[in-house]
Design a protein around this ligand. Structure first.
Ligand code: CA
Length: 229
């Protein structure tokens, strides 16, 4: 997929130069030569990265970043001729993700660009782990609403049953011992009351299993339970 870069820079020659280099690298590029137009373009369209000059007519770079952040999390690399610690901190405070000091070598800019894009990729992947729903076969847990559904029908669960099925479905193919489950779901240490886990697994099976078919929750003899893919 072609990545889209918006350049907000009033020095036309520099903007043109960066734009040609980025196009040569395969990016789709657009540029705006003042802060106000830049902010408009940043809000109207989705960009993968914005290269933002600090000193701009119309609206300065810090204001563009600050206003953009009220609406969007588009990564911003701030470009500035000034190199004081204060400027760096202030730029990052206003929502810039990285900073590059003019004059810079184009290779340095390309490297920063790749690094910001990579970081965003990793964050997107990570947030996938914390996704708001968890699916196993025809069961779906909506974490925000704390409900379990099958074919859009809610299966009524007690708080403990919900915590237990969530733990199992978030650890597909991992055998969880009774002690693990007792600790994670009931918050209890030790192994004196592990039969409570068996009782709750039985409650859950009664609610989710389909009569005549294998149980969704498998017993691993002598160890614990697992839901296998
Ligand atoms: Ca400028």
């Amino acid at each position: 997929m072609v990545q889209k870069v918006l350049i907000i820079e009033d020095e036309e020659k520099l903007a043109k130069f960066i734009s040609l280099e980025l196009e040569h690298e395969g990016y789709y590029v657009a540029s705006r030569n003042n802060g106000r137009l830049g902010l408009e373009a940043a809000l109207e369209e989705d960009w993968d990265v914005i290269l933002l000059d600090l000193m701009l007519p119309g609206l300065n770079g810090l204001d563009v970043a600050r206003r953009l952040r009220q609406a969007k999390q588009t990564p911003i690399i701030m470009m500035t001729a000034r190199d004081s610690v204060l400027d760096r901190v202030s730029g990052l405070d206003h929502g810039a993700d990285d900073y590059i000091v003019k004059p810079f070598a184009i290779e340095e800019l390309l490297a920063r660009l790749r690094s910001v894009l990579r970081r965003i990729d990793i964050e997107t992947e990570k947030s996938g782990i914390n996704r708001t729903s968890v699916t196993y076969r025809d069961l779906v847990i909506e974490k925000e609403n704390r409900v379990l559904r099958r074919n859009n029908v809610i299966i009524e669960l007690t708080k403990r049953e919900y915590e237990l099925i969530l733990m199992l479905m978030e650890n597909i193919n991992t055998v969880l011992s009774r002690e693990d489950l007792l600790r994670k779901v009931w918050g209890q240490e030790g192994n004196s009351e592990t039969n409570v886990v068996d009782v709750y697994v039985r409650y859950l099976r009664n609610k989710i299993d389909i009569p005549g078919e294998d149980s969704y929750i498998q017993t691993v003899r002598g160890t614990g339970y697992v839901m296998r893919q």
